[in-house]
Design a protein around this ligand. Structure first.
Ligand code: ATP
Ligand code: ZN
Length: 288
């Protein structure tokens, strides 16, 4: 079977979570940081460890079949690729930040200003839409320094907490774009590389199975039999819960899967219905 080739950031904010995702699918690989290309011994997957900026290009050129990259990097490069999955991690925002003494009201305050950014394309697109014409200074790192050294009036940079900005005498004034990690592939991939595309499908089933389990809890409890219908209505869920009789004919044991964000509401309602011995467990993997 042909190997599916995945491009992953070598080292940076995406690396750990990307590898964790693949590992959670039961795929093994060696983790010597000096090795830039490796193969999994138990799944037809080949890893390319590269800079995140290069990932959209590698996928577009067919050097890699899929890649894990920030949506910002994908949008900035502007290739017409498929977003196969939204992965949710490495979330942050692209924000306008100005020196503390800059009189900022709204985006129109940026008219005619020099904006330093690593994402000129995204920034210009959004500002143009707001009717603002600015000039752009493209830098690939340490964007925060540019106002101090006089090459820009303000910046547009990725922010997650804002501490770095503050430390450099800047204030975040307006988030303009939100991003997190996505998995990308070429649009023609399915048609042109059917064997490797099958491997991708296998990988996606595994990813979805893990993702599905992530926000669910397995709940097991004893309940007075007379309240069973009411409890089933509260739990909702995939299908009707599994109900097992107990020695005491007035009681049953109930098992079901509950979404984590509903857990405490469900828990309290079940207690009101007389549920006892409520046992809650993490789910490792799950299918629909
Ligand atoms: P490389 O050496 O691979 O080019 P880099 O320095 O460009 O790395 P990182 O700082 O590791 O990149 O960020 C990679 C991605 O992580 C960003 O493009 C963005 O999608 C995401 N990210 C999440 N939080 C932040 C943050 N606070 N600052 C910057 N990027 C973040
Ligand atoms: Zn980068």
């Amino acid at each position: 079977m042909k190997n599916l080739r995945i491009a992953v950031q070598k080292s940076g904010r995406l690396s750990e979570k990307s590898l964790e995702l693949i590992r959670s699918c039961g795929i093994e690989f060696s983790e010597d940081s000096r090795v830039l290309r490796t193969f999994s011994p138990n799944f037809p997957l080949e890893f390319l460890f590269v800079r995140d900026d290069d990932i959209p290009t590698y996928v577009n050129d067919g050097v890699a079949d899929i890649g894990i990259v920030g949506r910002n990097e994908y949008d900035e490069k502007g290739y017409d690729l498929n977003i196969v999955r939204d992965l949710g991690f490495a979330a942050c925002r692209l924000s306008i930040a100005v020196p503390n003494d800059f009189d900022y009201r709204d985006l129109t305050s940026l008219e005619g200003k020099r904006i330093a950014t690593s994402y000129p394309r995204i920034t210009e697109r959004i500002l143009k839409k707001a009717g603002v014409n600015a000039s752009y200074v493209t830098v690939s790192g340490s964007v925060e320094i540019t106002p101090q050294v006089g090459i820009a009036d303000c910046i547009c940079d990725l922010v997650s907490t804002g501490t770095t900005l503050k430390m450099n005498g800047l204030k975040e004034v307006e988030p303009i774009y939100y991003t997190s990690a996505v998995m990308i592939s070429r649009k023609e991939f399915e048609r042109e590389e059917s064997e490797r595309y099958d491997v991708l499908k296998r990988l996606l089933v595994r990813m979805d199975t893990v993702a599905m389990a992530k926000h669910k809890k397995y709940v097991l409890f004893n309940l007075p039999k007379k309240n069973l219908n009411e409890a089933a209505a509260i739990i909702g869920g995939m299908k009707s819960p599994t109900v097992t009789p107990l020695m005491d004919p007035d009681w049953v044991s109930v098992q079901s899967v509950v979404a984590e964000d509903r857990f405490w509401t469900v828990f309290e309602s079940l207690r009101e219905l007389g549920a006892e011995g409520i046992l809650v467990m993490d789910i490792e993997k799950m299918t629909e």
